[in-house]
Write a protein of this length. Structure first.
Length: 144
């Protein structure tokens, strides 16, 4: 309100879309970093719980914490793959191309259905209809 700089420039739709995409990517990377930190802390806790405290020695699998960490590593690698690799191939441009393909396919189906409806339901041609209306019209041409 009392600022010396006034923001009169509006953000157009393309800039807004780029901004939203950047925010989504930052959120994905932030969640990946949270997952990594949680993975490190959780792995350390599992390593401390089993060998140091002796918890889980009565289970059938002697070193169960190693298997738990390996499974968690696999899940983290899938998350990493989704954020960095899949996003490069399936980014906003890929989504737009897929959207255009689907819209084109839908337009083709609509045109095909319209053609089928037109062939099944024969409507009078516009020339015949206008001639009939002109013949039925009792008003002189200048009054219409």
């Amino acid at each position: 309100m009392f600022s010396k700089t006034k923001k009169t420039d509006r953000i157009d739709a393309e800039q807004r879309e780029q901004y939203e995409y950047a925010r989504r990517r930052i959120k994905q990377k932030k969640n990946l970093m949270r997952h990594f930190i949680l993975f490190l802390v959780g792995s350390i806790v599992l390593i401390i719980i089993n060998p140091v405290l002796g918890y889980g020695n009565e289970t059938l699998i002697k070193d169960w914490f190693i298997w738990a960490i390996l499974i968690w590593t696999f899940i983290f690698l899938i998350h990493l793959f989704n954020v960095f690799v899949m996003n490069k191939f399936m980014d906003k441009e890929w989504e737009d191309r897929q959207l255009e393909k689907l819209k084109a396919r839908q337009a083709e189906k609509i045109a095909e259905l319209q053609k089928q409806v037109d062939s099944e339901l024969q409507l009078p041609k516009t020339d015949d209809f206008t001639k009939k209306n002109e013949a039925d019209n009792l008003l002189p041409p200048d009054v219409q």
